[in-house]
Design a binder for this molecule. Structure first.
Ligand SMILES: [Fe+2]
Length: 345
């Protein structure tokens, strides 16, 4: 079974003191590499004849599979617990007080674990141990060193790639910025799911999301609310399969003009169109060929344009995770040498 690239869950341009470049580079390069390595190992395991394989072959592949699975999961948890305002929610503060004596005592232990990994690399994880029914601060220098029967509640990546672009060797400043950006609502949700107070955090989040219309889409629209709109979409893997099957697909890059002008590398084979001028360029599209739309990360812009194209009778779908997920999956990119001004349509 192949792992799919998960769209980046936090909005990289809205973090406080962590640059978009840092977060996106981390997601596309390190997380993407982990998913691709895992899938390559799974292919190798799938092709292995276990009746003749040596113990060394099996050990090596199984250890690599475990490490890659852990890296993929920890990265997804890490990106998803970013994007908040760093303010505690009562349910988590109560649990930390119960298990550490005080929130400050927990913070002190968590920060000490992070400091201990400076120059070493690894993960700091707040785990809920099901056997003990309590929280522990734990750290690992390898991806797969985890407590048995534990649920990661909060994850901090202390590998140098997680901070060097913004902070150089100043890991302390990175950890300060991380603490300011923790989404404690996500942490509370994970804790509730781990303790059995809630069956599924994702389902609960989707159920709690307010109902909105396409016109309400904005940079701050919650991902669960977008999902409830039910707009047609495809994963990166589904899009790749559709494009491999037919050259008739139309692929449109609809990143906002100001964004595109700063980042003119794009998906190979796509054309850029201004998302503010759908009325003008949508007439160029063929109604009998599928249209795939992507924006930078798969949030509001791609969804909004897809809805507008659907209203015009086109078979349009947006690509979940956008261009960033395409790059994370190892998709080909090319530089569009044309200036955005030359693209006025
Ligand atoms: Fe990482």
């Amino acid at each position: 079974m192949h792992n799919q690239i998960a769209p980046i869950p936090c909005r990289p341009w809205m973090l406080n003191g962590l640059s978009e470049r840092l977060i996106v580079s981390h997601y596309e390069n390190e997380y993407g590499a982990a998913v691709r390595a895992l899938n390559a190992i799974r292919d190798e395991i799938g092709n292995l004849d276990f009746t003749t394989a040596t113990g060394r072959q099996v050990r090596s592949l199984k250890q690599e599979e475990l490490a890659c699975m852990a890296s993929v999961a920890l990265h997804e948890l890490y990106f998803a617990n970013l994007g908040g305002d760093g303010k505690f929610v009562p349910a988590v503060a109560d649990a930390l007080t119960r298990d550490f004596g005080a929130v400050d005592a927990w913070r002190s232990e968590f920060l000490a674990a992070a400091r201990a990994l400076r120059g070493v690399a690894g993960w700091v994880v707040l785990n809920y141990a099901r056997r003990d029914r309590r929280l522990y601060v734990q750290m690992s220098t390898g991806h797969a060193q985890s407590l048995v029967d534990a649920v990661p509640i909060l994850v901090l990546d202390m590998h140098e790639h997680a901070y060097h672009i913004d902070f150089g060797a100043n890991a302390t400043a990175y950890v300060d910025a991380f603490m300011r950006n923790i989404d404690w609502g996500v942490v509370a949700d994970r804790l509730a799911a781990a303790t059995g107070d809630r069956p599924s955090s994702q389902l609960a989040a989707a159920g709690d999301a307010p109902a909105i219309s396409v016109k309400d889409l904005s940079a701050g629209t919650d991902a669960a609310a977008i999902a409830r709109l039910g707009l047609p979409s495809v994963s990166i893997e589904e899009f790749s399969a559709a494009r491999a099957k037919s050259e008739r697909v139309q692929v449109i890059d609809v990143r906002p003009r100001h964004y595109y002008s700063r980042n003119i590398d794009m998906m190979r084979g796509a054309v850029w169109r201004d998302p503010g001028r759908v009325d003008e360029w949508s007439k160029e599209l063929s109604a009998d060929r599928p249209v795939f739309v992507y924006c930078a990360y798969g949030f509001h812009v791609g969804c909004s344009v897809t809805a507008q194209l659907q209203e015009r009778g086109l078979d349009a779908k947006y690509i979940r995770g956008g261009l960033s997920a395409w790059y994370a999956a190892g998709g080909a990119r090319e530089l569009n040498a044309r200036e955005p001004e030359a693209l006025d349509l």
